[in-house]
Design a protein around this ligand. Structure first.
Ligand SMILES: [Mg+2]
Length: 314
């Protein structure tokens, strides 16, 4: 479910050491050897910055005094880049300077360690920063997950969908979006009670996690409405995926109401070749297709016609 988070919350944390002095790297490697972390090394500020943006470590240990790009400049850049702004940074410095400390904390460093390092102190500070980062990551991830179904929520969908459309515009690879809505959901709630309604939502969510492929992203869009982002998928292929979801859902026997089957309607909007359509317009097209699926009797899929002409009109 969380396969598309850049770095899993539960993996071994990556610590990036940026320091121009080889001795510091040797020392750190020896002293942090028994910690549960993976240590990556960069010998300069510029390379370290690139590496931090690329690998998104859980912690950066940053030397202040470096020839190409000094620690303050790296720290400023890390804190202003979207991909690295939340990564804790511990400053390593050869000098005890109050002014440097103030500057470092002002720029967003979480800690400041003076060389030569006290072994115990170093370990404790690294551990505490990693723990804090882990908690923040977990909270951030939880804020994007729907509590009832365990799927991604609307906030996550909005971001992820814009990213998918941006990637589509860049690479011109196929992309499809499905809006899936439970039929007569209110009647299920009214007839069998809300726990039964919740079970149906969870049942469809399980299907949406199981049926699509690894790279597909299932979200609870709101209420009884779900979205499925299908990268690298033509409308025809997407239709097969959705058809499988539709028929599988229809075939489920629900323990709370075995006599009553549950169905869904699907609005599909996909493109196999480049089109000019904003993320919002594309979503609207899927929503209109869903409306037409409902109009034509529910328990079916309607595919939107996406053409360049539609894009100009929008
Ligand atoms: Mg140095």
């Amino acid at each position: 479910m969380v396969h598309d988070i850049a770095r899993p919350v539960d993996g071994t944390p990556l610590v990036l050491l940026i320091d121009d002095c080889p001795d510091v790297h040797r020392l750190m490697r020896a002293r942090l050897r028994h910690e549960e972390l993976e240590l990556a090394s960069c010998m300069g500020g510029r390379q370290g910055l690139d590496e931090a943006i690329r690998r998104q470590p859980a912690l950066v240990l940053l030397d202040l005094d470096m020839p190409d790009l000094d620690g303050f400049e790296v720290l400023r850049a890390l804190k202003s880049h979207e991909r690295t702004m939340d990564i804790p940074v511990i400053i390593l410095s050869g000098v005890q300077s109050s002014q440097d400390k103030v500057t470092a904390f002002d720029l967003g460093a979480v800690d400041y360690i003076t060389k030569p390092f006290n072994l115990t102190e170093l370990r404790v500070r690294v551990r505490s920063s990693l723990k804090m980062h882990h908690l923040v990551q977990m909270l951030a991830q939880r804020a994007q997950i729907d509590g009832l179904t365990g799927l991604w929520n609307r906030a996550y969908f909005d971001k992820r969908w814009s990213d998918a459309v941006a990637a589509f515009e860049r690479h011109g690879r196929p992309l499809s979006l499905a809006m899936i809505d439970l039929d007569h959901f209110k009647a299920i709630n009214d007839t069998y009670g809300h726990p039964a309604g919740d079970s149906v939502l969870q049942g469809l969510a399980r299907l949406l996690q199981r049926e699509p492929r690894q790279e597909d992203v299932a979200c609870r869009y709101g209420g009884e409405e779900f979205t499925l982002i299908m990268p690298e998928t033509t409308p025809e292929e997407a239709r097969h995926v959705c058809e499988r979801i539709r028929t599988t859902l229809h075939a489920i026997t629900w323990p709370r109401h075995p006599e009553r089957a549950v169905t869904c309607s699907v609005g599909l909007a996909g493109a196999a070749t480049p089109i000019e359509l904003s993320a919002a317009e594309w979503l609207e097209a899927a929503d209109r297709a869903l409306y037409l699926a409902k109009q034509s009797g529910r328990n079916c899929i309607h595919t939107a016609e996406l053409s360049p002409r539609l894009a100009q009109a929008g």
